[in-house]
Design a protein around this ligand. Structure first.
Ligand code: PGA
Length: 253
């Protein structure tokens, strides 16, 4: 049985007071309403990680995640936060390779491989993002393009380390656009990626890997997406900023 996961990527949103309030609201609702076998994750701006993590106390299936980390352990990298620093603050998850990081901060597959290594070396669970642009989607090779992202950023991992990775497939054309992949499109990609993982790590390891869908997943479409055989949850942007919507999504399995 794969782990069911719903992670909220708050991106660069919320003031400190708003972040605290949202985390508290989510925590209360997770405790009251979300089944224990669904892992819920909140990924606030790094500034609020401490406060958000404090709000998860006493809710077994709720955790805080960073949105990014640097690949180096420490040093002269102004503005950056290392995986070691996150781990030292008790954070257990980190989003790596979000398309906005790839696009606006020019993060390459090779750099993301180093970030995955840093996360795993520090005991963090990487939520590794992959996904294709609209231009790639309209061509013939979109499946292979996304598979290649996994190859270049994950396939150097040992089987033991790979087993700790969560993957999020996020078609860039669906992120923040209100345009969701259809459940057929999501299932096609997820099944293809699982097959790709099986070639490298074997079927059992591929079957154990949670692959989340992201891209305009919301309270209305989550149920249909999560019903797909190879969709194991969601990475939620906009809809994670409203506690009630986010919780509806977390209850959509
Ligand atoms: P969205 O963002 O749900 O707002 O489309 C998803 C993401 O970027 O993780």
């Amino acid at each position: 049985m794969r782990k069911k996961i719903v992670a909220g990527n708050w991106k660069m949103n919320k003031t400190a007071a708003e972040a605290k309030a949202l985390a508290a609201e989510v925590a209360a609702l997770v405790k009251a309403e979300v089944p224990a076998d669904v892992q819920v994750i909140m990924a606030p701006p790094a500034l609020y990680l401490d406060a958000v993590q404090a709000a998860t106390a006493g809710v077994a299936n709720l955790a805080a995640s960073a949105q990014n980390c640097h690949e180096k352990a420490s040093g002269a990298y102004t503005g950056e936060i290392s995986a070691a620093m996150l781990a030292s603050a008790g954070i257990s998850y980190v989003i790596i390779g979000h398309s906005e990081r790839r696009q606006y901060f020019a993060e390459s597959n090779a750099q993301l491989a180093a970030k995955v290594d840093a996360a795993l070396a520090n005991g963090l669970t990487p939520l590794f993002c992959c996904g294709e642009s609209l231009e790639t989607r309209e061509g013939a090779d979109y499946l292979a393009f996304v598979a290649q992202q996994l190859t270049e950023s994950l396939f150097h991992l040992s089987a033991d380390d790979f087993a700790k990775v969560v993957i999020a497939y996020e078609p860039i054309w669906a992120i923040g656009t209100g345009l969701t992949a259809s459940s057929d499109q999501a299932q096609e990609m997820h099944a293809y990626l699982r097959g790709h993982l099986a070639k490298q790590y074997g079927q059992a390891a591929a079957d154990a890997c949670s692959i989340l869908y992201g891209g305009s997943c919301n309270a209305k479409n989550a149920q249909e997406l999560f019903a797909c055989a190879d969709v194991d949850g969601g990475l939620i942007g906009g809809a994670s900023l409203i506690a009630a919507d986010f919780i509806t999504i977390a209850k959509s399995f």
